[in-house]
Write a protein that binds this ligand. Structure first.
Ligand code: NAP
Length: 246
């Protein structure tokens, strides 16, 4: 029976590679949001399933023996859908989630619950020039802020209303410390906004902010589903081997 990997992350691609290398049959699933996604090895399907009931049916129709939810820590709906569908279909589910970032002693991090709180926080901090790296979704939270300038960096163009003063920079990691320092300096950035995405590919901005003494507004992760969770690909493959179908 196949393993369904819910993907869209570097961990999901690494897991697909690790399982393919050992001959485990897999199918990876992508949401289809990104114009030119980095594809995992092996079979790939693209697009939403149509909600948890439809996902449960899909699992049964495609003879899926196990599901590994390796989606992004902020992809809340698909994780909730996977938990519900796996329960309904009687298929074991594992969550593979990279650890969040931790501030260093010299860091000036301001934790917030969501993007509207992040928008309020940049105002409270008196920011003038903000590097906004929270992705292309939910940026309307900043749309009413005409008091500062935003450099909005994301993979694909954002949709919805944006703040009056902004520039969009389409780019995708991994990013380097030198690159992030150059970006901060070139644009006179005084504040960074990020989600607590975790992982090494995009963390250089946090080191750059530390070196430049910039405050960082960090959006906390949403609450997790109550499912077994591991932080690494190695632990996910070990879990899979312990499953009756593994
Ligand atoms: P989301 O809000 O949790 O999901 C919205 C809907 O998109 C889901 O209900 C599901 O549709 C579909 N979907 C999401 N991931 C899917 C997948 N891997 N395979 C099939 N359908 C999927 O997710 P999101 O925050 O928009 O993120 C979309 C994708 O981008 C995720 O796969 C995630 O791993 C990746 N990603 C997200 C972020 C982020 O910051 N949110 C960052 C980097 C990468 P149905 O209900 O119709 O099944």
């Amino acid at each position: 029976m196949k393993v369904l990997i819910l993907g869209g992350t570097a961990e999901a691609r690494a897991l697909a590679q690790a399982l393919s290398d050992t001959g485990v049959p897999i199918v990876s699933s992508l949401a289809g949001r990104v114009a030119r996604p980095r594809l995992p090895v092996g079979e790939v399907r693209v697009g939403g399933f149509g909600g948890p009931e439809a996902l449960a049916t899909w699992l049964q129709e495609h003879a899926i023996g196990t599901v590994i939810d390796a989606t992004h820590p902020f992809a809340e709906r698909i994780s909730a859908s996977a938990a519900q569908a796996a329960r309904a279909a009687g298929v074991p589910l594992l969550r593979l989630e990279r650890p969040g970032w931790e501030p260093g002693a010299a860091d000036r991090w301001h934790w917030v619950e969501d993007l509207p709180e992040a928008a309020a926080a940049v105002g409270a901090l008196g920011a003038a020039r903000v590097l906004l790296t929270s992705g292309r979704q939910g940026l309307s939270a900043f749309a009413g802020d005409g008091a500062r300038w935003f450099l909005i960096r994301c993979v694909d163009p954002p949709d919805g209303p944006l703040p009056e003063h902004h520039e969009v920079l389409l780019d995708r990691g991994p990013y380097t410390l030198e690159g992030e320092l150059a970006l901060i300096d070139a644009h006179g950035i005084d504040t960074l906004v990020t989600k607590d995405s975790g992982g090494p590919l995009t963390e250089a901005k946090l080191h750059a902010a530390r070196l430049r003494g910039l405050p960082v507004v960090v959006v906390r992760r949403p609450p997790r589903q109550d499912v077994p969770t591991v932080p690494t690909v190695a632990e996910a493959t070990a879990w899979l081997r312990r499953q009756p179908s593994g």
